[in-house]
Design a protein. Structure first.
Length: 269
């Protein structure tokens, strides 16, 4: 029961810390507090959502340490890889279409979940799709935090230090992150682990191909949109698919805790 409601504690504590920094910065104008404001403002909602997903009764087999590592390492590696590949692609081919951006970023965010999956395969440990979903959400959270921090810094510089402009970016991107990066990577990672758990036999590889294609399509559509209502609809669809996956892997469905036979027949991710 405590774990189920831990997300409320995370939200309240992180929210209070952000509010304290925001108030002191407004009162004193001390620029030394800006990095703390950007970090906390970017992290409150993503960390809360990861804690919320981890608290659901889905029978997750990965521990808090693994989830935290994926948030940190997966976020950094994902941002670095996506930035590098996008830069090289634009330099070599010119303007990169939104589908290309979605393809690169969704693949980059999978780096950490794939690494954990490979370790579990080598160690012949349990690897349920629900674990992939949680780690995908965690990797998406780390990516979202770092990306929001980057956008916030750029907006702060371009607006000549406007705290109002900074607040708008932190609020909008923070509020929408669960319905964007976190949902998309959660969907893809769950599909990947579902296919790997079945040894990529028969048509099981369609789990991953379908999940990845859906995530890329949602990402590309999101980047191409310029309307709040479109973002709301896309966010609802993204969270709806993630919720469906969560229900599918609930213990009562018999899927989340079904024993997975060890196998080394895991194909390329």
């Amino acid at each position: 029961m405590v774990r189920r409601w831990l997300w409320v504690v995370v939200l309240v504590v992180c929210g209070l810390l952000f509010g304290a920094v925001w108030w002191v910065l407004r009162e004193t104008g001390n620029p030394n507090l800006v990095p703390a404001l950007i970090l906390l403002g970017s992290a409150v909602i993503p960390l809360t959502f990861v804690t919320f997903v981890a608290g659901q009764r889905v029978g997750f087999g990965v521990g808090a340490g693994t989830v935290g590592t994926v948030v940190l390492v997966g976020g950094v590696v994902g941002v670095v890889l996506a930035g590098l590949v996008e830069y090289d692609t634009v330099r070599g081919l010119g303007a990169l279409p939104m589908v290309g951006v979605g393809l690169i970023e969704e693949a980059a965010k999978l780096t950490a979940p794939v690494a954990v999956l490979l370790v579990l395969v080598v160690l012949r440990r349990r690897r349920a799709p629900a674990d992939g979903l949680l780690l995908g959400v965690a990797a998406g959270a780390g990516f979202a935090v770092l990306e929001t921090m980057g956008y916030a810094l750029v907006v702060l510089v371009e607006s000549s230090g406007s705290l109002d402009a900074l607040d708008d970016v932190l609020l909008m991107r923070g509020a929408m992150s669960p319905a964007a990066h976190m949902a998309w990577t959660g969907i893809t990672a769950a599909a990947l682990w579902a296919a790997a758990g079945r040894g990529w036999k028969g048509w099981s590889w369609l789990w991953f191909v379908g999940g990845f294609a859906v995530a890329v399509a949602l990402h590309a559509t999101w980047d191409s949109a310029n309307s709040t209502w479109v973002y709301v609809v896309l966010g609802a669809v993204s969270l709806g698919i993630l919720l469906t996956a969560t229900i599918l892997f609930h213990p009562r469905t018999g899927r989340a805790r079904r024993p997975v036979q060890p196998t080394f027949a895991v194909g390329p991710a």
